[in-house]
Ligand binder design. Structure first.
Ligand code: PEP
Length: 248
């Protein structure tokens, strides 16, 4: 039986003052929830997340990681540096990284590998654009994105990873995939993993992301292959995020 997992992606939001209230509310509010909970914060706030969340039920992580271990890569942050700040997770392949910063499938797979090399759990984001959905190629797109990681790191690596299906057209737009639309793609992702290993597929947490709110979380999370959510905008409001976590 897979545990539900709800992870917040703060994106480029926050300040020391604003985060403080949010982190303390999560620390208190998530104490007795059945779901696993995490927040992925901007790099400068990792120390603050560690200081407030340490010893709580809420894990923390980053929103990206370099594919390189160290060296002359100005502006990059390595997996080992994230480990220094107690991170458990690193998001890789978020659609904003893919579309604004040129993260290709190959780069995303390298980042996934780099995260795992230092013991971080990658949250691998995959998902189609609106144009791709309208062209009827959703299955091919998510399969291609998943196979980039399978080819590089092997199916066993997914036993130490989380996949987030995030249709690009639903991220930050207020448009949510229907539970049936999301379930269909989640089932397809699990079936593709099962072709390589039924056991890994069975244990894999596959999150849905894209305008999840307190009002739609329960219905989404009740589908058999939806194991929780990756939450953007609603993760910035403690009461909303905790309500979503409670739906898990
Ligand atoms: C995200 O950033 O991963 C996301 C799902 O954002 P939102 O919930 O705001 O659509």
């Amino acid at each position: 039986m897979r545990k539900k997992f709800v992870a917040g992606n703060w994106k480029m939001h926050g300040s020391l003052a604003v985060n403080l209230g949010l982190l303390h509310a999560l620390r208190e509010g998530a104490a007795d929830l059945p779901a696993q909970v995490a927040v992925c914060v901007p790099y400068p706030y990792l120390a603050q997340a560690r200081s407030v969340l340490n010893g709580s039920a809420v894990a923390w992580g980053a929103q990206d990681v370099s594919e390189h271990a160290q060296g002359a890569y100005t502006g990059e942050v390595s997996g080992a540096m994230l480990q220094d700040f107690g991170c458990r997770y690193a998001i890789v392949g978020h659609s904003e990284r893919r579309s604004f910063y040129g993260d290709t499938d190959v780069v995303v797979a390298a980042k996934y590998e780099a995260a795992q090399a230092v013991g971080l759990t990658p949250i691998l984001c995959i998902g189609e654009t609106l144009a791709e959905r309208e062209q009827g190629v959703t299955a091919q797109v998510v399969t291609r994105q998943l196979e980039a990681v399978l080819d590089r790191c092997g199916v066993a690596s997914l036993a130490q990873a989380v996949v987030a299906y995030e249709p690009v057209w639903a991220i930050g737009t207020g448009k949510t995939a229907t539970p049936a639309q999301a379930q269909e793609v989640h089932a397809l992702i699990r079936a593709r993993v099962a072709r390589n290993s039924a056991a890994v597929a069975d244990g894999l947490q596959i999150l849905y992301g894209g305008s999840v709110k307190p009002g739609n979380a329960k219905e989404l999370f009740s589908r058999p292959d939806i194991d929780g959510g990756l939450i953007g905008g609603a993760a910035l409001v403690a009461s909303d995020f905790l309500a979503i976590c409670a739906a898990g």
